[in-house]
Design a binder for this molecule. Structure first.
Ligand code: ZN
Length: 479
């Protein structure tokens, strides 16, 4: 596989898909063994450089130099891990070291060289070392070891000849394979390719992850309510679990009980599932935006970047909201998909875009609800679409913002989330809908009011204090 493509060959991008692995017990043990051996390689490099530093030698960070050390160590040092897999760990170390060095050179004193050991490290195999046939993956192992053939748990979205590398990794109790492929940028029939002069503005939000205002008053709203519900349910569930096990939490310095370890393991699995769900929903939302843009031949997307103000402390509830938003992932997912579709994406400052009237440029206070209404010229519209139109106007030659959205397309993110349809009830939600099995039934109305309209019925506490007041008054009046 050549490292550099031929001149004038079609443009390509590299994209990665993650697949789970269907494994027997023995295969799982062997794969974990490979990852642990990779962790040993990493620890060896750290140790080597610690010795060199103690001797005041220059650190060994170049990839070739590290590979020479690996070759000098001879076969059989790292269990079943083959030299291509071990070299991928060296490449990872070298890249991390030089990235930190470059950041320190540019004055970022917080950048640190790699120094932490890991029990397991991800291993990557490049093209030609593994074999992928449909869902069957042959993972290379050291010479003399029995072959290792595993199955992926889903079909890959890429043609098999475009696959360039396979990465084996461990996340929250499960083994995964990241498959990276070389995907060509979409080629359109003549007359249907995106037109760079057609600009759409994108406003990022929590209720609407993407609100897009395009040319000719066309607009797209992607609803993120299912994602927000997922965040709320996850937080509620986590808090309930934490309360339930708080008694068993080990004191500092104490070893946790077996039940505590089970709880911690379960919590890691739940967290990972929550992360996967949100990530998938955000990818679906970004796909909806790109499909919409391609169908309307939009060639430039201007995205309002709110990341400048997210570091400001705004209280624990709002901090949690902005943290859950994961706006960096929203931007990167959209930018990756735009690049693959041949659409240019630029970032713009979004300050003041949701509080400026796109028609008369008047500054109005940020509306609390979803509807923007200008008191000066009477323009009214969806708040997020108004912001998106303003963002599009920030690009020189962007759309003339005064157009109000006439043709709004609605899409939802997170169609796969549990609880979005009646067929998949979310087990974290209290069941009270209809006569579902195990449901306590519909909420009943409050019992009829016997003490008169608008008067709070006395509870045990208020009744007692009221009689106390009455007796005090009674005893006081005769005196
Ligand atoms: Zn106005």
């Amino acid at each position: 596989m050549p490292r550099h493509s031929q001149p004038r060959s079609p443009a390509v991008v590299h994209r990665t898909a993650r697949a789970g692995l269907r494994l027997s017990r023995g295969q799982r043990r062997r794969l974990v063994g490979l990852l642990v051996s990779a962790g040993d390689v990493w620890a060896c490099v750290l140790e080597l450089n610690a010795w060199r530093r103690a001797r005041q030698d220059a650190p060994l960070a170049g990839y070739q130099a590290l590979c020479r050390e690996l070759a000098a160590s001879g076969p059989g040092c790292f269990g079943e891990l083959d030299s291509a897999g071990a070299r991928s760990v060296l490449r990872r170390y070298s890249d991390a070291w030089f990235a930190a060095a470059a950041r320190r050179k540019n004055g970022d004193a917080s950048a640190r060289f790699p120094r932490r050991r890991h029990w397991m490290m991800p291993v990557r195999w490049h093209y030609g070392t593994f074999a992928l046939d449909g869902r069957r993956l042959r993972i290379p192992v050291a010479r003399g070891c029995p072959p290792l053939l595993v199955r992926l748990d889903r079909n890959l979205p890429y043609p098999p000849e475009s696959v360039r590398s396979v990465t084996l990794l461990y996340d929250a109790g499960r083994l995964w394979a990241d498959i990276t492929a070389e995907v060509s940028v979409t080629v359109y029939p003549p007359g249907e390719q995106p037109d760079p002069a057609r600009v759409a503005g994108v406003d990022l939000g929590i209720i609407h992850p993407y609100a897009v205002a395009g040319p000719d008053g066309q607009a797209l709203l992607v609803s993120g309510r299912a994602v927000r519900a997922e965040h709320h349910l996850h937080l509620k569930d986590t808090k309930a679990r934490r309360r339930a096990v708080a008694r068993r939490a080990p004191k500092p310095g104490q070893r946790g009980s077996r039940r505590w370890r089970h709880y911690r393991r379960r919590q890691r699995i739940v967290e990972a599932r929550h992360r996967r769900r949100v990530r998938q929903a955000q990818h679906e939302a970004a796909s909806a935006v790109i499909c919409w843009a391609v169908a309307r031949r939009v060639g430039t997307l201007v995205v309002g970047d709110p990341r400048g103000v997210l570091g400001i402390d705004a209280g624990r509830r709002h901090n949690r909201r902005t943290r859950d938003w994961r706006v960096g992932h929203l931007i990167s997912a959209l930018s990756d998909k735009a690049q693959q579709a041949g659409i240019t994406l630029t970032l713009a400052d979004e300050r003041g875009t949701s509080s400026t009237c796109p028609a008369c440029r008047a500054r109005i206070p940020k509306p609390r609800g979803r509807v923007f209404c200008c008191p000066r010229c009477g323009l009214s519209g969806h708040r997020d679409l108004v912001a998106a139109a303003n963002i599009a106007g920030r690009l020189p030659g962007g759309i003339t913002p005064a157009v109000t959205a006439a043709d709004v397309t609605h899409r939802r993110a997170g169609a796969h989330l549990p609880g979005v349809s009646a067929a998949r009830r979310d087990p974290r939600r209290r069941p009270h809908h209809g006569d579902v099995r195990g449901s306590p039934g519909r909420h009943l109305p409050a019992p009829p009011d016997t003490t008169g309209r608008g008067v709070a019925r006395p509870t045990a506490r208020t009744r007692k204090s009221a009689t106390g007041e009455l007796t005090k008054m009674c005893t006081r009046t005769p005196v």
